[in-house]
Design a protein around this ligand. Structure first.
Ligand SMILES: C[S@@+](CC[C@H](N)C(=O)[O-])C[C@H]1O[C@@H](n2cnc3c(N)ncnc32)[C@H](O)[C@@H]1O
Length: 219
């Protein structure tokens, strides 16, 4: 993944920011050691940003699309009140052992519930409204996830869509992209354009890490 800001600047920013716990850092380290796709982790800067969103709206319920090893879920749970909840969804049931190993070591782990299966199906099993929705699963479903999330968003809630700059690939024109090979890029471009065109939404595409689109309903 392309870095949009220097390591030096990011380290400085992090050194002044609230950050996830040492246990989250251990989970990130474990992920890097054991998973080929550890680049999928949101990392400390983005976790700090999500923590800010949670604190700024006093969020209690979080919905996450894409759990992976459970780093972002744990970082968000750490910022919720004792009766808060993270409902997170992932396809891969094999991740459960890692979730248990790390979430069970945390006083915040009991706030997290993981639903396994395709998120478009499992999300239909979730009940009630969510204050924060974090979308970080398969990019080709981003617009579907966003539309469902808007229905599940509590008044004053925020949706955060991850990887919306897709290492800068979003800058490419249609003629430079192959519909099969570049389906993720095309889907991200589509969702970014869709958000821009919604009169009822207020969206800000923040160039943190790989780009986060933060979206709320106006008014
Ligand atoms: C980028 S990773 C999530 C990273 C995680 N948010 C973190 O930072 O710790 C994306 C995850 O989405 C999951 N995923 C992919 N397609 C999915 C689908 N259709 N339904 C549910 N999960 C899916 C993958 O198994 C993968 O674990």
């Amino acid at each position: 993944m392309k870095k949009f800001i220097s390591q030096e600047i990011e380290s400085y920013a992090l050194s002044k920011s609230n950050r996830p716990s040492a246990l989250c850092a251990q989970l990130a380290g474990h992920t890097v050691e054991t998973k080929e796709m550890s680049v999928m982790l949101i990392g400390e800067m983005e976790a700090s940003f999500l923590g800010f969103l949670i604190n700024s709206i006093s969020a209690k319920r979080v919905l996450e699309f894409g759990t992976f090893t459970g780093y972002s879920a744990l970082a968000m749970a750490e910022q919720l009140p004792a009766d808060g909840e993270v409902v997170t969804m992932d396809l891969d049931q094999q991740l459960e052992a890692t979730h248990k190993e790390f979430w069970n070591k945390s006083p915040h782990g009991a706030k997290i519930k993981c639903l396994f299966g395709p998120a478009l199906e499992t999300v239909m099993k979730t009940e009630g409204l969510f204050d924060l929705v974090f979308i970080d699963a398969d990019k080709t479903n981003y617009l579907n996830y966003l539309k469902i999330s808007l229905e599940k968003l509590a008044p004053g809630g925020i949706i955060a869509l991850d990887n919306v700059l897709w290492s800068g690939e979003v800058l490419k024109s249609a003629s430079e992209l192959d519909p099969e090979k570049d389906s993720s890029t095309l889907s991200i471009q589509e969702v970014n354009d869709w958000v821009r065109d919604q009169e009822g939404l207020y969206g800000t595409l923040v160039p943190i890490r790989d780009g986060i689109f933060v979206i709320t309903k106006k008014g």
